[in-house]
Unconditional design. Structure first.
Length: 407
């Protein structure tokens, strides 16, 4: 939905919460779930869709028949697509995903081909005058990158995707950005690494690739990267990294790193003074990676690739725990558990409504694996509750008055 016009701001929810790897399953999710969420939210005007398409689903939807049928469906039901989740290439529900979610990474031609296919689909679905975004793997899983050559290859493939997006815009008039999504234990994990990547490898290898392989001038190459490559800023991921979300957004803006999309999400935490092993014992599950960070009172941080590893490691007293386990935006806590929702401050909302991004996507994909104590019942109603939370939060916030000074 269009939350505001100036600057433009569109809100949706990520449909990766609905199981389905085929286009037929994805279309059924729109029909059976998204339209019900639209009804429950009850906001007038077109309702935005954040589609998640696997490689197999994208191949089907790219065919003229299904694509035209879906365009007609969107028009008939007053819905529109402005963003795609192009992170998981294959299965995302129904069995162990873990680190396989990063495969193929950006070193592989399959990732480039898949992303270009998504660009073509989104260009056919985007309304006139609306920019598009495609969230994707932040390069690779960090432990898979063993050399500068790996970084060069993945950066060149990202540049090739930008060149395809630029050619698509020249052909269709639709501007689409590839949005790398920083995530714990990935090549790009946090704000510092995002800035380093954009100012280092992307600027050097990416510009060179566009000049040598696509015949662009240096000026055109830099403009192409700036227009068609940016970040998908996931607030849960940044919270797990113990970042101040508002400061991160401000730093990215100052460094010239575009934030094409914000995943509005919350991560799991443990209240001060609680026993983490007791609080988190029911949160280990076999489908997704739940990278965990622990911070001691002196600022020392320990990183664990998954929650079971963090629970098995000796812990110092008074550590802060944050777990990459997305919890609903409206969840504030339960017993010894808390949420990083509190980091979504009025300042963050003001930055967003002032133009930090054009796209906000609610992303709580974990409803199917939440422990019983946090079971939320009806999925569509739960997603609608997240919308109500987000819409209230995004309302204009007064700027605090400056403190009085002594005479």
């Amino acid at each position: 939905m269009n939350v505001q016009v100036h600057p433009p701001l569109h809100l949706t929810y990520c449909m990766n919460v609905h199981p389905g790897e085929t286009w037929e399953e994805n279309a059924a999710a729109v029909r059976d779930h998204a339209l019900r969420v639209k009804q429950l939210v009850g906001r007038p005007g077109p309702f935005g869709l954040g589609l998640r398409l696997s490689r197999a689903a994208a191949q089907t939807l790219s065919e003229p028949g299904p694509l035209q049928a879906f365009r007609a469906f969107c028009a008939a039901h007053d819905v529109y697509v402005f963003t795609l989740n192009g992170f998981p290439y294959g299965r995302f529900h129904g069995g162990p995903v873990k680190a396989a979610v990063y495969q193929p990474d950006w070193r592989r031609h399959e990732r480039l081909e898949y992303t270009n296919l998504l660009t073509d689909i989104l260009a056919a679905l985007l309304p006139e005058g609306v920019n598009g975004s495609i969230s994707t793997v932040p390069g690779s899983y960090k432990q898979w990158i063993t050399s500068d050559a790996d970084v060069r290859v993945l950066t060149e493939n990202i540049a090739d995707a930008a060149a395809h997006a630029a050619a698509t815009q020249a052909r269709t008039g639709k501007s689409i950005a590839i949005a790398l999504e920083p995530e714990p234990d990935c090549l790009i994990e946090n704000t510092r690494e995002a800035i380093t990547f954009f100012q280092g490898p992307l600027r050097a290898f990416g510009t060179a690739r566009l000049r040598t392989q696509h015949g662009m001038s240096a000026t055109d190459a830099e403009a192409t990267l700036a227009r068609h490559v940016g970040l998908c800023f996931d607030t849960a991921h940044m919270a797990v990294a113990f970042e101040d979300i508002a400061d991160s957004l401000a730093q990215l803006r100052a460094a010239g790193v575009p934030v094409c999309k914000i995943h509005l999400s919350a991560a799991l935490g443990v209240r001060d003074g609680a026993e983490p092993r007791t609080a988190l014992r029911n949160w280990c599950e076999d489908v997704y990676l739940h990278q965990t960070r622990r911070r001691a009172p002196d600022g020392t941080e320990l990183a664990f690739h998954d929650l079971p590893a963090a629970l098995a490691s000796p812990a110092a007293p008074d550590e802060q725990w944050r777990v990459h386990f997305h919890v609903p935006l409206f969840f504030e806590g339960l017993g010894d558990l808390c949420s990083t929702q509190s980091l979504l401050t009025p300042r963050v909302a003001r930055l967003i409504t002032a133009g930090a991004t054009e796209h906000v996507e609610i992303e709580t994909y974990t409803y199917g694996v939440l422990p019983a104590e946090l079971a939320t019942g009806d999925l569509a109603e739960s997603i609608a509750r997240e919308y109500r939370w987000a819409l209230t939060w995004l309302q204009p916030h007064p700027i605090p008055a400056a403190p009085a000074t002594r005479a």
